[in-house]
Design a protein around this ligand. Structure first.
Ligand SMILES: [Zn+2]
Length: 298
């Protein structure tokens, strides 16, 4: 027990110290809603840092790259994003949960099944970069990064999107389930970025002996996981997500009432209970569980 107490005494103040400037930037740039968005993000940031600082690094990479892409050409996008469930410029508590809960779940799982048994056995905190739950944290962030990048870059595409469940059908920009080539490429790059963070995490925090052939496979799975998660997100958007129709604007929207005009909308496909946050969360959960299972058997 001695090691865990000394670890917490060291890491909690460190975590607060590292997170403070980050939250200062978030507040200044108005990336999150106050007080709920920022409070949930603080819990997430501090917990991930204490468990393993690179989990926190990957959170920051996801969050800041996504927030910056959201701000990119925000004016050009506003005509499309107003029909989305959430304006993508300022994120609220539910969005933080939708994008942070699965990584945190896997991080807690990693503590429970990898770190705690070792502490009980030998009173040491030893990380294991090959643990499927450890890798799951990166896979989950890869899904969220890939998905957000695909959305933010996809909206700017000059070519109209096609429906993921029927690629011959061209749909309006912003339609749930619509995909573009640019969006797909962006989602791959998002996954690659998270793969790079994983690679640096391993190189910096583990002895060279830990770097082996398996890392290449894991990097590949992090990228594939991100891409397939963003595709699954689109499939859910095209099938089960509740999508409404505004009779006033003659437009499809994710919200009821319609944010653009304030009028009531009618459910026109999908399920009322399944919103954008549910889609984000469930696609990350499914893909991360699948990849982690795959890693545990290879
Ligand atoms: Zn309307």
């Amino acid at each position: 027990m001695y090691s865990i107490i000394s670890y917490l005494l060291l890491m909690v103040p460190f975590s607060v110290l590292f997170n403070l400037p980050i939250f200062f930037v978030i507040l200044k740039k108005k990336y999150l809603t106050v007080p709920y968005g920022i409070t949930v993000a603080a819990i997430l940031g501090i917990s991930l840092f204490v468990i393993y600082p690179f989990f926190w690094v990957v959170l920051c990479v996801f969050f800041f790259s996504s927030s910056m892409l959201s701000r990119m050409k925000a004016k050009d996008k506003s005509n499309t994003t107003i029909d989305f469930a959430k304006g993508s410029v300022k994120r609220d508590a539910m969005q933080v949960i939708a994008n942070g809960f699965i990584p945190l779940l896997f991080a807690f799982g990693y503590v429970l099944f990898e770190l705690l048994p070792k502490i009980v056995e030998s009173d040491t905190i030893l990380h294991n970069p090959n643990n499927p739950l450890f890798i799951g944290v990166f896979v989950a962030f890869s899904v969220h990064t890939a998905d957000t990048w695909a959305t933010e870059i996809g909206i700017l595409s000059k070519k109209p999107p096609r429906l993921v469940t029927n690629l011959r059908r061209i749909v309006d920009p912003g339609t749930s389930g619509g995909i573009t080539l640019n969006g797909c490429l962006a989602s791959i790059f998002g996954g690659v970025l998270i793969g790079i963070v994983y690679f640096f995490a391993i190189v910096i925090s583990f002895p060279p002996i830990a770097i082996n052939r398996q890392i290449i496979i894991i990097l590949f799975l992090i990228i594939v996981g991100g891409f397939s998660g963003s595709i699954l997100d689109s499939i859910e958007g095209a099938t089960i997500q509740g999508i409404y129709y505004c009779n006033h604007c003659k437009k499809e929207t994710e919200t009821n009432p319609h944010k653009r005009c304030g009028n009531k909308t009618t459910l026109y496909r999908g399920n009322r209970l399944i919103n954008n946050d549910f889609v984000n969360l469930s696609s990350a959960l499914l893909v991360t569980c699948f990849i982690s299972l795959l890693i545990s058997i290879i």
